[in-house]
Ligand binder design. Sequence first.
Ligand SMILES: Cc1cc2nc3c(=O)[nH]c(=O)nc-3n(C[C@H](O)[C@H](O)[C@H](O)COP(=O)(O)O)c2cc1C
Length: 332
Amino acid sequence: MLTIGNIKLPNPIILAPMAGVTDTPFRRLCKEQGAGVVYSEFVSAHGIIRENEKTLEMIRFTPFERPIGVQIFGDDPSVMGKAAKFVADKFQPDILDINYGCPVPKVTKKGAGSAALKDLVLMEDITAAVVEAVPDIPVTVKMRSGWSSNSIVIPKAGELLENAGVKAITLHPRTTKQGYTGTSDWSMIKTLKQAVSIPVIGNGDVTSVNSMHKMLGETGCDGIMIGRAALGNPWIFRELNVGLKNELIPPPPTLEERIAMCRRHLDLLVESRGEHVGSNLMRKHFGWYLKGFPGAAAVRKSLVTAPDIQTMQNVLGALFTNTTDNEKRPFI
Ligand SMILES: Cc1cc2nc3c(=O)[nH]c(=O)nc-3n(C[C@H](O)[C@H](O)[C@H](O)COP(=O)(O)O)c2cc1C
């Protein structure tokens, strides 16, 4: 069983933090399908200590989502420490995660996110400040392998983080310069695993039971974090958990199940964010849920451009009614 600090996880398949995606409704759906831990999207430490309402909204969660990790990012050890304490006091998440992986220039220009990969002293200072600020909550780190292929920080950064009191490290083994291009270099997950005694969570390009087993086998990692493969596909957690037990893998969801999930996701978004914001946030999810069946492009277009929630519900209703027996079968 994977344990992070004092938190025992029900299973080692973890929902990755994803900005604009892993809000309360999506975390809930992934949890229902078996995610062992869910993470918030990354939240600005500066926004937290200013008590910016939009920032705090990204952190709020329901008890059902536990165990949950809240991920924070920032450039200043003292601000990061204060933000961590604020989050711990106000929200009591199970895990507090530090982002050392974000490659977006708007974030790294200010010295936050993966900029710390260029400055291990800063990384050490930020980590120590956060660990000290939240003595009762395990602190984890999510990182890339280095700023560029010439400046890989694995395993050195792993040893430094373990010494600073971090309780688990998630490694997405691409460099900042790589962005999302190329493939993750899983050999770095193995290198990190061999260098530290805290749990290592492997991340990057796991999309199926096969790739999960391959990562576990090649790296010896303790957990697997799933990002893009969960977009429009919360069922991935059910599938991977079944695969972990070497049981029969369930068929992929049918079009009917996808429509039902869309409706539920839309309802949850409207419940948490109101009709206008909730239905707008749902547009990108429609694109992810509804792909791959005959006529999908036209349906996605009418959902993404629907002027209001009633139109969205009508389009989903019509799609459901018009679904042929053939389309009710699973599709990939
Ligand atoms: C839309 C999107 C938003 C993301 N936002 C975050 C984030 O807020 N914090 C973070 O640490 N990583 C973020 N990531 C990176 C993912 O957590 C993950 O490391 C990456 O997608 C690789 O894993 P995958 O191959 O399973 O997708 C984001 C990725 C995507 C696609």
